[in-house]
Design a binder for this molecule. Sequence first.
Ligand SMILES: Nc1nc2c(c(=O)[nH]1)N[C@H]1C(S)=C(S)[C@@H](COP(=O)(O)O)O[C@H]1N2
Ligand SMILES: [Mo]
Length: 389
Amino acid sequence: MTFRMPRLPRPEVPRIRPPEFKGRLHDARTATSVGRWLGVAFAVCFVTGLVSHYLQQPPGWLADDLPARPVWGYWLTQGLHVATGLAAIVLLLVKLWAVYPRLFAWPPVTSVRHALERLSVAVLVAAAVFELLTGLLNIAEWYPWPFSFVPVHFAVAWVVTGSILLHIAVKAPEIMAHWSKRSAGALALPAEDGADRRSLLLGMGAAVGVVTLTTAGQAFPPLKALDLLAPRHPDHGPQGLPVNRTAAAAGVSAEGLGEWRLEVAGPRPYTLTLDALRAMARARARLPIACVEGWTVQADWGGVRVRDLVERAGGRPGRDAVRVTSLEVSGAYRVMEMGTEYVDDPLTLLALTLNGQPLTLDHGFPARIIAPNRPGVLQTKWVHRLEVL
Ligand SMILES: Nc1nc2c(c(=O)[nH]1)N[C@H]1C(S)=C(S)[C@@H](COP(=O)(O)O)O[C@H]1N2
Ligand SMILES: [Mo]
């Protein structure tokens, strides 16, 4: 008698199979329709970001040529920067949804060229997500990372821009073929997709509209009442103006001010008491504080023209730049330099009053700088020293 092993069922070897995507609109036509809006948004972000960067940190040869006009210049460019950045979050999500099935393409790479192309898309997606995320958290003043925001956001902007240009170059034939309905006609996409695609694009437009309308009020007063999603409301803060860095955060206190004096260094240095400065204060300017985080508020400022202070110290307005130092103990904006165009401008003030009232401590008491067409970070508060350079 022979013993037979019972037959065991053969273990099934799982076969790797890429997922199948049956959903419509994951095609080049959708990617092109969404991609061109995303491209516009990133282009606006990049250009306005460069403006912001060079206004804040001009190379030496440029510092004295930065224009003080139009007074609302930085308000416009930075308002656009933040608004298009927020809109781009919606656009990027739709674009990623349109193309994500390609993540599962099988086989994952077919050639060296294909591998390089996929790598460049990975860089593009990572850099774009990084820019939008860090920008979003920056407007909320939340920095859950170990690096400093400004240089890294600036550097990665070049990576995004470079990889977008590369992406457009690589995809040019596809983009051209899918640019319009007529060019797509030859490719015979299913006719019924057209209506769905229109719905998708309409939905995307509506989402961008909602995000824009509920945030733009932080810089655009007619939309103030709808300002629900922006971190700042233009009216909320002491003296009806938001405060970014409070006196407490800057280590400035009323007692610590002691016998405050304004020091002006130059060929003929002098110091002024607050009363002496008040006696000189004749100038007025209606100027916006336009924060890099996208909020802007206009106010009436009263004080002394910086060019008058410079002249009195033997400086030459229009020829000399100025260094401004705050009482602030530490911080990136304690010391600020101002090119000749700003120094010379009659609207550039050492301000003592805000909307007719003396500055509160949080707004820079006893004296702060207010200048036209400059980022808010350079509108130095708690000023105690001017130096003609
Ligand atoms: N000394 C000093 N001044 C400063 C800052 C700072 O951190 N230190 N922050 C600036 C920023 S980022 C802005 S937007 C404006 C805000 O001015 P406000 O608080 O009067 O609204 O002040 C600027 N002046
Ligand atoms: Mo700011």
